[in-house]
Design a protein around this ligand. Structure first.
Ligand code: AGP
Length: 607
């Protein structure tokens, strides 16, 4: 989704801005731009397409000590040069903006009736509105007054021709941070953009404004009172941006899963016990009180929520609801008193999840909120009572892989902690901890299927549709497999609970419909086998990922891929791996952009 980089320095910043935009590419975008201030003139360079194309517009004269830059992911107005940021008003004010200005038409009518707009974006009004207020006010006051008129979300950086040594920034609902350097300071929507220049960051809070020059950073709260925000040291490294010899980030991230899962359980299992302290100091109160769990999440994280619901109910006997955040947010729901809310999000910046959390916090039915998140400094992590970090490391590929399996790993730890007051006995805890500890090696063995799955992809990649089947806690895994395939290979894929097949989807099964089944050796195995017979009887081609003790054999209709996934609750984590590989290899054969699939963004910061 949209990205911001800006810098003020004693030396040229163009390279810093271009490198920052490159690092933000993984978030997904369709156009890019840079504005620099040189000899009292705002120079604006914008381009539809990628950052490399933008680079071609910049010649040796494109240098300056101050500038703002942006990657845009279209919301209002199609991808085009005119709609790309920065937007400039009156040759004086340049802005880059992430988020959505919900009342931009009202603002146009109220303040900007006689202004000429050059784009179809909501963002452009910000440049004109700030310009409007700057006629009678200092620039910081002008930005403050403008933001007071705005409804919606923004991370904003402003360059003003009349204040050539500073950038003014503002944040509400979209992430924005300030990077601290020596004789230079930076601004970005994502720390990864700046990691080659600094590891010291100040995270702005909603309502904050700041001025950033090469020498100083001043931060103000929503009342324009000067305030201090803590400086945090980031553990991100430049390596996060390297493919480490792999052809794609996605493949690297798939193969990082043994280590990522290992890091997620590290120091959290002590003598086969998961201490409640993994949830931090705020947990004591809600752990004693909660009666029901509500989970909200989107996309892949929602699939993790569905698995967690199975675990909470089956292993711990805790009633649990799981819902897509964007749906939960806009419907009236009957909440039971003493509900514990769990928000799952890789990025911690997903607008749907965040806005649902913010609504929920206004109600007093909830005893506590927990974020299961991969980014410790994210809005979600900061706004929940407790955070359980998944130690996946930065995930660059838009299609989530290691973030998902580490979410499941962290959720199993959470189920153990929450379940102790319910049905998780010391024996069950001991056994679940042992199973978690076997995961890194078991994932490694499952990854050995890579070449076989690459062969399977040759059959699969020319199909237009596919069906994925699973049951119980493996139905969400079938859904995740279908989502992965859709996202990066653009093959239409649907997932069904296998028992539902006969209630409708069986009608589309014929010899052209590949059917992928996830077949662990569990209590519903025999039922699943009957469901698969229904497919065979209709001539459907079956590709079965089965536990090696599940008793499946390949024949002329079905091809079986064996997985060593003993009959235990953590099996869904193992069954995820071959489905990720299948999607990856299909995408490679189809020649799609694996790491940045069309129309998608890594972190979806608009509702
Ligand atoms: C997964 O492959 C997706 N790209 C997407 O569904 C993602 O999981 C979703 O947007 C939620 O993101 P989050 O985990 O950062 O909240």
């Amino acid at each position: 989704m949209c990205g911001i980089v800006a810098a003020a320095s004693k030396t040229n910043v163009t390279d810093i801005l271009m490198a920052g935009l490159k690092h933000l590419e993984y978030r997904g975008y369709d156009s890019a731009g840079i504005a620099i201030l040189k000899n009292n003139v705002l120079n604006n360079y914008r381009q539809k397409g990628n950052v490399e194309e933008l680079g071609k517009l910049l010649d040796a004269t494109a240098n300056s000590n101050i500038g703002i830059a942006h990657t845009r992911w279209a919301t209002h107005g199609k991808p085009s040069k005119e709609n790309a940021h920065p937007h400039i008003a009156n040759d004086t004010i340049a802005i880059v903006h992430n988020g959505i200005i919900e009342n931009y038409l009202d603002i146009k009518n109220k303040f900007l009736k006689n202004y000429k707009f050059l784009s179809d974006t909501d963002s452009e009004i910000l440049a004109h509105l700030i310009n409007h207020f700057s006629k009678d006010n200092e620039i910081l006051d002008a930005v403050h007054l403008a933001m007071a008129e705005v409804q919606g979300s923004y991370a904003l950086a402003v360059l003003d021709k009349n204040n050539p040594d500073k950038i003014i920034v503002a944040r509400n609902g979209s992430p924005l941070l300030i990077g601290l350097g020596e004789e230079k300071n930076f601004i970005a929507s994502d720390a990864l953009a700046l990691i080659e220049h600094t590891n010291r960051f100040v995270y702005l809070e909603d309502g904050d404004l700041a001025t950033v020059s090469s020498e100083e950073v001043k931060i103000y709260d929503k009342n324009k009172k000067n305030i201090r925000r803590e400086t945090k040291k980031s553990s991100l490294s430049l390596n996060s941006h390297s493919k480490d010899g792999y052809d794609h980030f996605m493949l690297k991230e798939i193969f990082e899963q043994p280590n990522a899962v290992k890091s997620t359980i590290e120091n959290r299992i002590i003598n086969n016990v998961v201490p409640k302290e993994i949830l931090g100091p705020n947990a004591a109160e809600y752990l004693e009180k909660f009666k029901v769990v509500q989970i909200i999440a989107c996309g892949t994280s929602y699939h993790a929520a569905l698995v967690a619901k199975h675990w909470l109910e089956r292993l711990a006997g805790i009633p649990c609801h799981a819902e897509i955040a964007s749906e939960f947010r806009y419907r009236r729901h009957a909440v039971q008193k003493d509900t514990l809310l769990i928000c799952i999000s890789q990025s911690g910046e997903t607008a749907d999840t965040l806005s649902a959390l913010r609504e929920i916090k206004k109600e007093d039915y909830y005893v506590g909120t927990i974020a299961v998140c991969n980014v410790p400094e994210s809005s979600l992590a900061r706004e929940c009572d407790s955070t359980l970090i998944t130690h996946a490391g930065p995930e660059i590929g838009v299609a989530s892989t290691k973030a998902f399996t580490t979410q499941l790993t962290a959720l199993m730890l959470l189920v153990i902690v929450l379940g102790k007051r319910f049905e998780i006995t010391p024996d069950l805890e001991n056994s679940l901890c042992m199973q978690l500890k076997t995961l890194p090696d078991k994932i490694k063995s499952t990854l050995a299927l890579d070449q076989k799955i690459a062969e399977l992809a040759k059959i699969f990649s020319d199909k237009e549709h596919a069906l994925f089947l699973g049951r119980g806690s493996h139905f969400p895994i079938a859904r995740e497999g279908a989502l992965k395939l859709k996202e990066i290979s653009y093959i239409h894929a649907e997932a069904y609970a296998a028992g539902e097949l006969k209630h409708g989807p069986l009608a589309i099964v014929d010899e052209n419909m590949p059917v992928v089944a996830v077949a662990p050796n569990n209590v519903v195995l025999e039922k699943l086998k009957s469901n698969l017979e229904e497919v065979k009887a209709r001539g459907g081609k079956l590709y079965i990922f089965a536990d090696k003790k599940a008793g499946f054999k390949s024949d002329e209709i079905s091809q079986v891929f064996e997985i060593d996934a003993p009959m235990n609750p953590v099996a869904p984590i193992l069954f995820t791996i071959p489905l990720q590989l299948l999607a990856y290899h299909c995408a490679i054969i189809k020649g799609t952009n694996v790491d940045m699939p069309r129309n998608l963004a890594k972190s979806v910061t608009v509702e």
